[in-house]
Design a protein around this ligand. Structure first.
Ligand code: UGA
Length: 434
């Protein structure tokens, strides 16, 4: 099938590459000429494990191409995916201007039937708005479909190739047939394609992310309670997670959720609810808990240093909002760094992938180490903010030798409390008996 993907950000590039991998002819369109040039010459612009290999292969076999020209890009395409940014506006609702501008442009240049697919996370009612924007100037029949993506950064290729489900929101039989055909290779193992109306599909995306964020905030509150009453959150997590109705996944407490999705989507669903004259009470609490959780380690750190961090120096491991990505959007590490700096401390940071992004954001506010162990030099204590695998079994001799105080503040519960005690550390984590 001939497909166009408009927007070569994270979602667009994964979507385009994976559709090319299943034999489709994919053209990706982006207004950023610099990016298009890079991509056309084989330079991938995002870090996502496993994507580069597929990208290179499909580019070479000419199933994947890039252009800045929308008109040229949609020629002969049966399906056009819109994978454009929807940043939160000042009031917390998603800003649809990128999506609607492209939709209006498409209306002017389409010359035959096409299925236009909303792939970006967009509020309920967007399919209607996109339809209206296209229809203003359009002379051919078309359908607008809502097809939210459920990719996780770091495992996006796998999530795309083997989705738990594909949600397709359309009431048009014609569009349903096209989309069913396009996704058939991805659901051969029996996972469902769920056809529904546009609005239900749009809400499904927000409900899924908000529910997962709720699970995390719930566990983070259980962790706080564990510390207060002397229980162990790891035990409680296992105790409840083995009930199928609750499930084992997404119950890990920590220093809060970050990234480009959960914070934005929870906020947007609260806003949509307000617009519908409904107060979504649980989600307000989910956001509150998460804000507090990002600084969960700070009082522990301050208590250890007698409430005075002036002149103290910290090593911080892990900057991305989660492992296997260079994405630092809403990363808890950034909040910790700002708080430490505000207290008069200095910080040396290390991350396996996110250093460049942090350099761009923080400049010389922090010191950048080129290795996780050089990061520890002269540090008064180590703080861990992201659970990268390389941090899980570190060389404790090196850590002990470098740190001035044998103190580790772990926001992701990487180590066994008993082991850390044996090794002689002052070890603080989240929701476990020290
Ligand atoms: C999330 C969803 O998991 C995807 O299904 C969805 O497609 C995506 O948002 C999106 O809307 O585009 P992602 O933001 O890549 O994916 O990251 P997750 O793996 O879901 O992690 C989100 C945050 O939750 C991270 O900060 C992580 O550290 C935190 N988390 C996750 C916990 O604190 N505890 C857990 O048990 C799990």
């Amino acid at each position: 099938m001939k497909i166009t993907v408009v927007g070569t950000g994270y979602v667009g590039l994964v979507t385009g590459t994976c559709f090319a991998e299943t034999g489709n002819d994919v053209t990706c369109v982006d207004i950023d000429a610099n990016k298009v040039e890079k991509l056309s010459s084989g330079q991938i612009t995002i870090y996502e494990p496993g994507l580069e290999k597929l990208f290179e292969r499909n580019l070479k076999e000419e199933r994947l191409s890039f252009t800045t020209n929308l008109e040229e890009g949609i020629k002969d395409a049966e399906v056009i995916f819109l994978a454009l940014p929807t940043p939160p506006g000042a009031d917390g609702s998603a800003d649809l201007s990128f999506v609607l501008n492209v939709a209006a442009h498409l209306g002017k240049i389409m010359t035959d039937y096409k299925v236009i697919v909303d792939k970006s996370t967009v509020p309920v009612g967007t399919a209607e708005k996109v339809t209206a924007a296209i229809a203003q100037n359009c002379k051919t029949p078309f359908d607008v479909v809502s097809n939210p993506e459920f990719l996780r950064e770091g495992v996006a290729v796998d999530d795309f190739m083997k989705p738990d489900r594909v949600v397709i929101g359309t009431t048009s039989e014609r569009a349903r047939k096209v989309m069913g055909e396009l996704y058939a290779p991805f659901v051969r193992q029996g996972n469902p394609i769920l056809f529904m109306d546009e609005k239900s599909a749009e809400l499904t995306k927000y409900a899924a992310n908000s529910f997962l964020a709720t699970k995390i905030s719930f566990m983070n509150e259980i962790a706080v309670l564990c510390e207060k009453i002397g229980a162990d959150v790891d035990m409680v997590r296992r105790g409840i997670g083995s009930d199928d109705r609750i499930g084992k996944r997404f119950l890990f407490p920590g220093i809060g959720y970050g990234g480009s999705c959960f914070p934005k989507d929870v906020q947007a669903l609260v806003k949509s609810s307000e617009d519908a004259q409904y107060e979504f009470k649980i989600l307000n609490a989910v956001m509150d808990v998460n804000e507090k959780q990002k600084l969960f380690l700070l009082p522990k750190i301050k208590a250890f240093f007698n409430n005075n961090l002036q002149g103290k120096h910290f090593a911080l491991w892990g900057l991305s909002f989660k492992p296997n990505t260079d994405d630092i959007r809403e990363a808890p590490a950034l909040y910790i760094i700002e708080a430490l700096l505000a207290e008069g401390a200095t910080v040396t940071v290390f991350d396996p992938e996110a250093m460049n992004n942090v350099k761009q954001l923080l400049g010389d506010k922090v010191i950048y180490a080129d290795h996780q162990y050089t990061c520890l030099e002269d540090a008064d204590a180590l703080i861990i903010a992201t659970e990268w695998s390389v941090f899980r079994t570190p060389d404790f001799h090196k850590i002990s030798a470098a740190l001035k105080n044998q103190a580790i503040f772990d926001g992701r519960n990487l180590f066994e409390v008993s082991r850390m005690k044996e090794l002689g550390y002052h070890y603080e984590s989240v929701g476990r008996i020290p």
